[in-house]
Ligand binder design. Structure first.
Ligand code: NDP
Ligand code: MG
Length: 384
C-alpha cells in the first residue's frame, strides 16, 4: 500500500538514500526539510512535488521561495518550520534524519501530532531519551529505528516472547578507520584521515563519531532508550566487515544476528514499511565473497568517547545531553582544524563530568540548557 511521508534532513546521506527507497516504493512525499542546501532541495521539490518544505536558514529559505515560485509548495523556515514539517497533516509517517540535537523538537512535534516515526537522528534520543520515549508512550506512537544496529536488534526481536527472554544486546562496531591504533598514533590524525570510513559513506559528523567511537557510545544510549534495556546489558563487539549489524542473546544463550551488506537502504526501508518487506535496490549478501568474519574487544582506553557515554548513561539525568553537546562542538572544531583528534574525547568526558546531577529531566529547556553549557565549555576550553 502506498504511504505518505514527511522527511527531515532530505539533503543528507540518510535523506537521499531514503528518497531512493521512496522512489522504489512509489510512495508520495508530502513534506521535506533541510538546513540550507537549497540547490538539492529544489531538485527534490521538482521531482517529488511536496506541498510543504522547511529550510532552517532564513536567507536560504528566502532564496528557495523565489526559485520555486512556479511550484505549488509552501516554504517555511527556522525551528518552527521544521516542527511544521514534522507535524504535516497529510503525512502518515515522519522520517527524521537531520544531524544533531537540533532534531529534538521536530521529533517531539511528530510524536505529539500522532505520526509514526522512523528515527535516524540518534542525538535526539541521547539528549532527550526520557522525554521522547515518554511522549511516544503517551501518544501511542511507535518509533522505528533507522540506525543499522538498532534496526538489526528490532529485526532480531520480531517473534521474541517478551523482555524477560532477552539476556543482552550485542552492538557491532566497525572500529572505524583507526582500529588498532594507540593514543600516540592518534595524536596526529587529520580530519581528512578521520573522514575516510572503511565500510560506510555517511555525513561528516557521524563519520568522525565513528572514528572516535563516540558513535558506538551514542548508540549504547540510543539502544537503552529504544529497547528499555539497562546499559550494563548492552555489549559492543568490533566486527570489521560490518556484515552482522547487531545481535541479541536470549536467556537460553541462543544468539540471533541480522546480516546484510553494509547499505543503509535496508534499515531505512524496513523502518518505513514495517512489518512488511519489499524488494530493495540493495545487493544480496554473499558470505563466500567475505570468506571470514572477525570479532574483537573494543579498546575503550584509547577511544575514551565510548567510556564517557557509558558513564553518562550510568549517571543519567542531563549527563548524556552534556556529552552529546560537547561532542557536537568538539567535532565541529576538529573539522575546522582547531583542536586535535584526541581532544574530542577529552572534552566530551570533561563536559559530561561537569554536568550537575538533576533529579529528573522534565523539559526540553533543561536539555537545551545542558547542551548549550557543554558547547560553551568546549569552546572556552579550546580557546575558540
Ligand atoms: P548529513 O550530514 O549527511 O545530513 C544531515 C542532514 O540534516 C542534511 O539534510 C542537513 O541539511 C540537515 N540539517 C542539518 N542541520 C539542520 C538544521 N538545523 N535544520 C534542518 N536540517 C538540518 O548526515 P547523515 O545523513 O549522515 O546523518 C543524519 C542522522 O542520521 C545523524 O543523526 C546520524 O547520526 C544518523 N545516522 C546516519 C547514518 C548514515 O549512514 N549516514 C547511519 C546511522 C545513523 P543541509 O544539507 O541543508 O545542511
Ligand atoms: Mg549505526
Amino acid at each position: 500500500m502506498k504511504k505518505t511521508l514527511a522527511l527531515l534532513g532530505s539533503t543528507g546521506s540518510i535523506g537521499k538514500q531514503a528518497l531512493d527507497v521512496v522512489r522504489g516504493l512509489g510512495w508520495s512525499v508530502q513534506a521535506l526539510a533541510a538546513h540550507s542546501n537549497i540547490q538539492e532541495l529544489e531538485n527534490q521539490i521538482r521531482e517529488f512535488k511536496p506541498q510543504l518544505v522547511a529550510v532552517f536558514d532564513l536567507e536560504a529559505a528566502k532564496t528557495l521561495r523565489i526559485a520555486v515560485a512556479d511550484m505549488d509548495v509552501k516554504v517555511v523556515q527556522g525551528m518552527s518550520g521544521l516542527c511544521e514539517v514534522a507535524a504535516c497533516e497529510s503525512a502518515e509517517l515522519v522520517l527524521n534524519s537531520v544531524v544533531g540535537m537540533v532534531g529534538l523538537q521536530p521529533t517531539l512535534a511528530a510524536i505529539q501530532s500522532g505520526k509514526k516515526l522512523a528515527l535516524a537522528n540518534k542525538e535526539t534520543l541521547v539528549a532527550g531519551g526520557k522525554l521522547v520515549m515518554d511522549a511516544a508512550k503517551r501518544n501511542k506512537v511507535p518509533i522505528f529505528p533507522v540506525d543499522s544496529e538498532h534496526s538489526a536488534i528490532f529485526q532480531c526481536l520480531q517473534g521474541s516472547p517478551g523482555e524477560k527472554a532477552v539476556k543482552r544486546l550485542i552492538l557491532t562496531a566497525s572500529g572505524g578507520p583507526f582500529f588498532g591504533r594507540n593514543r600516540k598514533e592518534l595524536s596526529e590524525v587529520t580530519p581528512e584521515q578521520a573522514l575516510k570510513h572503511p565500510n560506510w559513506q555517511m555525513g561528516a559528523k557521524i563519520t568522525i563519531d565513528s572514528a572516535t567511537m563516540m558513535n558506538k557510545g551514542l548508540e549504547i544510549i540510543e539502544a537503552s532508550w529504544l529497547f528499555a534495556m539497562p546499559a550494563e546489558r548492552i555489549d559492543v563487539v568490533v566486527h570489521r566487515e560490518s556484515v552482522i549489524h547487531s545481535m541479541i542473546e536470549y536467556v537460553d544463550h541462543s544468539v540471533i544476528a541480522q546480516m546484510g551488506v553494509p547499505d543503509m537502504r535496508i534499515p531505512i526501508q524496513y523502518a518505513l514499511t514495517y512489518p512488511e518487506r519489499f524488494r530493495s535496490p540493495v545487493s544480496p549478501l554473499s558470505l563466500t565473497d567475505y570468506g571470514k568474519l572477525t570479532f574483537f574487544e573494543p579498546d575503550t582506553d584509547t577511544f575514551v568517547c565510548m567510556k564517557a557515554c557509558k558513564k553518562a548513561i550510568a549517571r543519567g539525568g542531563l549527563a548524556p545531553a552534556a556529552a552529546n553537546g560537547a561532542n557536537e562542538m568538539a567535532v565541529r572544531l576538529f573539522l575546522e582544524g582547531r583542536i586535535s583528534f584526541l581532544e574530542i574525547g577529552e572534552y566530551v568526558m570533561e563536559a559530561m563530568e561537569r554536568q550537575p546531577d538533576v533529579q529528573e529531566v522534565v523539559s526540553v529547556e533543561q536539555i537545551l540548557d545542558a547542551d548549550r553549557a557543554a558547547r560553551d565549555f568546549v569552546r572556552r576550553a579550546a580557546g575558540c
